[in-house]
Design a protein around this ligand. Structure first.
Ligand SMILES: *[C@@H]1O[C@H](CO)[C@@H](O)[C@H](O)[C@H]1NC(C)=O
Ligand SMILES: *[C@@H]1O[C@H](CO)[C@@H](O)[C@H](O)[C@H]1NC(C)=O
Length: 451
């Protein structure tokens, strides 16, 4: 028997209320895994000690995971982990160990490096992935390892590195919540401009600046408030987190998901050897990030492949009010060629968003004034050695349907959220998100409480 408060009106069978908030923990750790004796640590001894300690964090991102990768994963049980990109000289040293599934992993090499500190010897860079923390809670996660060193060439390389990441995220993470964490090799005192290409370019917040420093950045040009290489046993957390590390965490909310973090922790005490010494030459930094779904706009899972460019109609809703669809047009033949919605805002203004190409035959459904789309069936299949969307059928609250493409054996049906929408409004389709080129490659519904 379910507690009464969990039974939601509107479910035809008893069903659980949607989970609309929660939290997840993240860990950023440079594990000093260059081959000995190049490594600044003792990875052959320490990596096996680090491995079983990673399990207490939901999404771990490591840097310098080069030549001891197998040992790092050996005693870890995260369900979703990236494959190594190779040892030093070949790989970026970046990996992610997650309790949540992810899609769209990309490894991107920096355009610029500076020869000092051997930065150009291995292809450092950043990774991007879209992680499903919970239903509706899709979060774009970035890991990075910027150029090291303190020469002018290093400082300029870091400016280029962080600007490159910002430019990428401006395309790939439009209207998405973002968490960026890793080894920036940057300090506000020395690399203010580099850090501000993230802060200003992406409108992210530095968790350490917000939580520990009350929003106040260390002054550019002032002496570095660097941490000692290790802390004596018994050092209070407040002291360990007061100094500035180059390992940093940034977060940003979206219209659909609010992210907040009120903790950042130097995990020094949890990552020590039996003699009390640190397991790497960087500190492990953790944070607990709270997420909350909007009750006005919500992302459903997207279905399909990882080809071509990302798109999102969340931009329609990010304008301030969530619109309603007045008509929808699909083009299809053997597969789904395009989706197009025309929406209307409460002030009467209309807008149209179209994704995909001109192939296939079009068909249109004009919605009546109290009619809205409550269900979408999306089918995918293999096409040109990738996965793409073959079929879409939408169904309205009045039982009307519109479909395009050809059905496959791999279909998913999604329906509107079950929790009550903002201002008591009913949920209906307001747009799509996914990836498209000349056809639709990946497709997910965006639900809005505007009906
Ligand atoms: C990983 O899973 C195995 C098998 O269930 C277990 O023996 C081991 O203790 C787990 N490791 C950690 C670090 O939790
Ligand atoms: C109507 O509302 C939309 C969404 O808030 C806005 O973008 C648009 O400028 C408004 N149009 C007028 C004429 O006020």
């Amino acid at each position: 028997m379910l507690p009464l408060s969990l039974v939601v009106l509107g479910c035809s069978i008893p069903c659980l209320a949607a989970i609309t908030q929660g939290s997840f923990s993240v860990l950023s750790y440079n594990v000093a895994g260059l081959p000995e004796p190049l490594s600044s640590g003792s990875p052959s001894t320490n990596t096996p000690l680090i491995s079983p300690l990673l399990g207490q964090f939901d999404i771990v991102q490591v840097q310098e995971d080069f030549n001891y990768h197998a040992a790092l994963y050996a005693s870890d049980n995260h369900s979703f982990r990236t494959s190594t990109s190779g040892p030093a000289l070949f790989g970026s040293g970046l990996n992610t160990l997650s309790n949540f599934p992810f899609v769209d992993l990309q490894r991107i090499k920096w355009k610029d490096c500076f020869i000092n500190e051997a930065d150009c010897l291995t292809p450092k860079g950043f990774t991007f992935m879209r992680v499903k923390v919970a239903d509706g809670a899709w979060v774009d996660i970035y890991n990075l390892h910027a150029d090291a060193g303190s020469q002018t060439g290093d400082i300029n390389a870091r400016k280029s590195n962080l600007a490159q990441l910002a430019a990428f995220a401006q395309t790939w993470s439009v209207n998405m919540p973002i968490v960026i964490y890793g080894d920036t090799n940057s300090r506000y005192t020395r690399d203010n401009e580099a850090l501000h290409s993230l802060l200003d370019g992406l409108n992210v917040q530095d968790v350490w600046i917000q939580v520990v420093r009350n929003g106040v950045e260390p002054l550019p040009g002032s002496p570095a408030n660097a941490c000692p290489s290790t802390f004596p046993s018994g050092t209070p957390q407040s002291q360990m987190i007061a100094c500035e590390t180059v390992d940093k965490m940034f977060i940003r909310s979206s219209a659909a998901v609010t992210l907040t973090s009120i903790t950042i922790t130097n995990e020094n005490d949890a990552f020590l050897d039996s003699a009390g010494g640190p397991l790497s030459d960087h500190f492990p930094l953790s944070s607990v990030i709270n997420w909350q779904l909007s009750s006005a706009i919500r992302l459903a899972d997207s279905i399909g492949g990882a080809n071509n460019d990302p798109f999102t109609d969340l931009s329609l809703a990010a304008l301030g009010s969530v619109p309603r669809i007045t008509s929808i047009t699909l083009r299809g033949g053997n597969r789904l060629d395009s989706v197009s919605v025309t929406v209307q805002y409460t002030n009467g203004t209309t807008a149209t968003a179209t994704h995909g190409g001109q192939g296939g035959l079009p068909s249109t459904l004009a919605l009546q004034s109290n009619e809205f789309i409550t269900q979408a069936q999306i089918c995918s299949g293999s096409h040109l050695s990738s996965t793409s969307v073959f079929f879409l059928r939408v169904t309205t609250n009045e039982g009307h349907t519109l479909s395009a493409g050809k059905s496959t054996s791999d279909c998913q049906t999604v329906t509107v959220p079950t929790d009550v929408g903002e201002a008591g409004k009913a949920w209906g389709l307001v747009g799509f998100w996914g990836r498209s080129g000349s056809e639709v490659e990946r497709l997910g519904a965006i639900w809005g409480a505007s009906y």
